[in-house]
Every structure is written in structure tokens, then in C-alpha cells.
Design a protein around this ligand. Structure first.
Ligand code: NAP
Length: 466
């Protein structure tokens, strides 16, 4: 029997996308716009879609959540099915997905954090940014975390945009947060916070800080928190001056300008956010919990744009009650797929997953689990377009026999009594969250437990069958 070419009406390409964050949706979009006959099934371990946009973007940055409107349009396309509440590697193996689908695209992001590798890192009161961000955004994995805001001083290690988010949420007043989609438990705990002083620590200098200028500037525009910078810490060595002056490094130059502005500000007497430079944490210590951070002063060594922090032996101690480590994310391995433990990514060449150094037929990767945790949400669009281009180039070489796609996947999951959340089910959860938020003047009040989300679907089904 002759088989129609893959990606034609007689033999549509059955694609499984693992993960429903930005890179997953942009991969789905690129596949659906490829001009081939394609059906996309998107698998997500939580009942709710949108990954980083729902659970990573700070609640006071609603504009950054607007891509959800695009993802919603993709999800409503006739050639797309959402399989929420399904964990790949537990409910369905990668080998099983390869049996039901021609291609599998991993778009599962970077779900865990890098480690500092210093003594005391795991003391109570020393948290990863991942935990805090997940907690205030109502992520089911982090809803039960406890943060002790009873001490006046908090320390944030790292100077990227996640550190900026953490700093802003700690520094903002309840009035600045109460009309956002921040989880209610977080709003209540932060309302009781006694944190007055936040130290944001960078191991390198001000030109090397990874904040984007807009995020840094925003930290100088808060209702009840003043930015504080010691002008002495803004001194630049010759290489940093060259970095600042480089026309391609607009962010570095702008950040210095903003920090210089902060250094001459008058304090208003409210909360304070200190930006500290050339300091590396060497130990977090305390009795039962984190009470201080020991920092070593650094100098920068190396040529411009390649400078590294080198300790000079001089130490300072910072008393505090809370530590947030915000030094970048890393991916989590998926059973049945190779994993580069050093980089925290799936090893790949142009998005083709590598197994023993060679492309594994039919397996692709995109987003943070492909390239590491860098760039803004839109960066993932170009990344997913590139991965899908590689996939389409491989199409003539893929085994072309028709695959069952979502029918096969549904049968497999139903045989295992997995409760699949479909996109229509998510829309019911979405509607219920928006309704819960309305009386509080919030865009939504998220359900923070998977069971709560599943209960909404159950009651909707019951209403329909009554
Ligand atoms: P990031 O931008 O890579 O920043 C990580 C920070 O941690 C850097 O300051 C880095 O310093 C520091 N660091 C790393 N290892 C360290 C160590 N061992 N000791 C001390 N410091 C260490 O990562 P991120 O803040 O997690 O953000 C991830 C991505 O999401 C970024 O692309 C970011 O722009 C994006 N994001 C964007 C937004 C937004 O657009 N509003 C919001 C949040 C996140 P070095 O430079 O010295 O390595």
C-alpha cells in the first residue's frame, strides 16, 4: 500500500508539543502556519496552560501577559488539542508519544533553579526566586511555601530581571499590588511584611548587571521605596568603561545612567532598596534559619565583555531575615530524553534533540530547555520558528506511516484513568477565576490547587448533564 506524503491531507503530520508556555505555543503556531496538513496536541502537566506567562511574569506587569491572547487564538484552531493535567514521563512515556505522533517537540522550559553551592544555602529562610515567584503567582507547586517577613532586611542574590521582580514585589505597598492577579495568600502575607530594607547583590559591576533598563528604572518609581546606590560602587575599571561606551551595549550604558541618578536621590524615609556591586556570597549562616550572608568583595578580571569576578579576600557580613537566590533557572530532565546536566538543557543541534551526539529522529526541542533561560517572551517565537524549520526540513526523512495522533493519545490516557483537561475545560476555569477576581477589583483570582481547578470542571460537567 502506498502512503501519502507526510504533512498532506491524506497523511497529516501528528505533532505532540510538551509544555504550554510561550515556546510551546509558538512552536504550535509555526507548525499550524507551515502550509502542511498538521495536527498539534499540546501536553501540559498542570490543568492550566501558558506556563511562564501565567506563573512567571510578575502580577504587576499585566502587559507582559498579553501574549495569552495570541496563545488562546492558537488553541482555538481546529487542528489543535490541549491535554492538560498530563505529565510526560509518568502518564505517557516519550516512547508512547512517538508511537502516537510523528514528532515530539519539547518546550518544557527551565523549571528549577541554579545553585550557589555555598554553605547555608539550604537553611530555612534562604529561598530560590523560583519558589517566591511561584508562590506569589499562585503556582500549585509553591502555594504552601512559607516566607517569614518579620525581619526588616531581605537580601536578593543576582541582578537579573527576576531579581528585579522579586525586589518590586517585596518593596511595593499592598495598594500597588491589590488590583493585580497576585495570589490572595501572597497579598495577605505581604500586607503583614516588616521588610524595610532590600539588598540586591551583584557579583560583578553595574555595567554587567543583567536588568533591562526599563525594569531597573521601575525600581526607582515605587510609591514607598527609594533606590540607594553608593556612588563609589559605580566606579568603572577601563574594561567596564569600554563596555559602557560600546554602541552595541545600550542596556549597560542606560543602566549606569539610571544607577547614577539613584545615587544622588534624596531618601523619603520609607523602604529602601540597595544595589550592591562586586560582592559574591560565600556563606549563608544562622541558628535555625538564615540570619546573615557573608559576602566577599570582588574585582573584575579579563577583557571587556568577558570580565569575571575574582574575590579579593575582603569580607563583609549582612544581617538579614530572608535570602532570595535569583541566579538563573535550569531545566529538569524528562525520562527517556537525553539531558545536559551541566547546562540544564536538552542537548540539541538547531533544535534537533541529540542522542549520543546524533539527532534522534522525530524529537525536537525549543525555548529555555533548548538554549537555557535567556531572553524575553518574544525571543521564544524566533527560537520555535527555527526549531520548526529544522523539523520541516527533516519531514521527507521521517517514517511516513500514518499515526493515530490525539485519538491514540486519548485512548492511552483513558486506559490509565488520567483525567485530561481539555481547552474547553480550561476556559471554564478561566471564567471562574475572572469571576472570583471581580469583587476584589482583580483581573482574576487564580485557583492555586489543581484539585480546585478540576472541581470547577466537574461542577460544569454536572450542570451540563443535569
Ligand atoms: P539572568 O538575567 O541570567 O540573571 C542572573 C543573575 O544572577 C546575574 O546577575 C548573574 O550574574 C547572577 N549570578 C549567576 N550565578 C551567580 C553566582 N554563582 N553567584 C552570584 N551571582 C550569580 O537570569 P534571571 O534574572 O533569572 O532571568 C532569566 C531570563 O528571564 C532573562 O533573560 C530575563 O531578562 C528574563 N526575564 C524578563 C523579565 C521581563 O522582561 N520583565 C522578567 C523576568 C525575567 P553574572 O552576570 O555575573 O553571571
Amino acid at each position: 500500500m502506498t502512503v501519502d506524503a507526510l504533512g498532506t491531507a491524506g497523511n497529516p503530520l501528528r505533532a505532540a508539543v510538551v509544555g504550554s508556555g510561550p515556546s510551546g505555543f509558538y512552536a504550535a503556531e509555526a507548525l499550524l502556519r507551515s502550509g502542511r496538513a498538521v495536527h498539534v496536541d499540546m501536553l501540559e502537566r498542570l490543568p492550566a496552560p501558558f506556563g511562564l506567562v501565567r506563573y512567571g511574569v510578575a502580577p504587576d506587569h499585566p502587559k507582559l501577559k498579553e501574549p495569552i491572547l495570541v496563545y488562546d487564538r492558537i488553541a482555538r484552531s481546529g487542528s489543535f488539542a490541549f491535554f492538560g493535567n498530563v505529565t510526560v514521563g509518568r502518564d505517557a512515556s516519550v516512547a508512547e508519544l512517538q508511537a502516537t505522533h510523528h514528532v515530539v517537540v519539547f518546550a518544557c522550559g527551565a523549571e528549577t533553579d541554579r545553585r550557589l553551592g555555598i554553605p547555608g544555602e539550604a537553611l530555612p529562610g534562604s529561598h530560590t526566586a523560583t519558589e517566591f515567584v511561584g508562590w506569589y503567582n499562585g503556582h500549585p507547586d509553591y502555594r504552601d511555601r512559607q516566607f517569614d517577613f518579620s525581619h526588616e532586611v531581605a537580601v536578593i542574590i543576582g541582578q537579573g530581571n527576576v531579581a528585579a521582580d522579586v525586589c518590586r514585589v517585596l518593596a511595593k505597598s499592598v495598594d500597588e499590588l491589590k488590583h493585580t492577579d497576585i495570589a490572595q495568600h501572597a497579598l495577605e502575607a505581604l500586607a503583614r511584611s516588616r521588610v524595610r530594607e532590600i539588598h540586591v547583590i551583584g557579583r560583578r559591576g553595574p555595567v554587567q548587571a543583567k536588568f533591562t533598563p526599563q525594569e531597573l528604572k521601575e525600581l526607582g518609581e515605587l510609591a514607598d521605596c527609594d533606590p540607594v546606590v553608593n556612588p563609589g560602587e559605580l566606579a568603572l575599571n577601563a574594561q567596564s568603561e569600554a563596555e559602557r561606551a560600546d554602541k552595541m551595549n545600550r542596556a549597560g550604558a542606560r543602566n549606569i545612567e539610571i544607577l547614577r541618578g539613584f545615587s544622588t536621590r534624596r531618601q523619603r524615609g520609607g523602604k529602601r532598596c540597595y544595589f550592591r556591586f562586586r560582592l559574591s556570597p560565600v556563606e549563608i549562616s544562622g541558628g535555625a534559619r538564615a540570619e546573615r550572608v557573608l559576602l566577599e568583595r570582588n574585582r573584575l578580571e579579563g577583557e571587556a565583555f568577558k570580565q569575571v569576578a575574582v574575590g579579593i579576600g575582603e569580607k563583609i557580613e549582612l544581617e538579614c531575615g530572608l535570602v532570595f537566590r535569583s541566579i538563573g533557572y535550569r531545566g529538569v530532565p524528562i525520562p527517556g530524553v537525553s539531558y545536559d546536566d551541566k547546562r540544564g538543557v536538552i542537548p540539541n543541534r538547531d533544535g534537533r534533540v541529540l542522542r549520543d551526539g546524533e539527532p534522534a529522529p522525530g524529537l525536537y526541542v525549543t525555548g529555555w530547555i533548548k538554549r537555557g533561560p535567556s531572553g524575553i517572551i518574544g525571543t521564544n517565537r524566533a527560537d520555535s520558528v527555527a526549531t520548526v524549520a529544522a523539523l520541516l526540513e527533516d519531514l521527507p526523512r521521517l517514517a511516513a506511516e500514518p499515526k493515530p495522533g490525539n485519538t491514540g493519545l486519548r485512548a492511552l490516557l483513558s486506559g490509565r484513568s488520567v483525567r485530561v483537561v481539555e481547552y474547553g475545560d480550561w476556559l471554564a476555569i478561566d471564567k471562574a477565576e475572572i469571576e472570583r477576581g471581580r469583587p476584589k477589583g482583580k483581573p482574576r483570582e487564580k485557583f492555586t490547587a489543581c484539585e480546585e481547578m478540576l472541581a470547577v470542571i466537574t461542577s460544569q460537567h454536572e450542570r451540563r448533564t443535569r
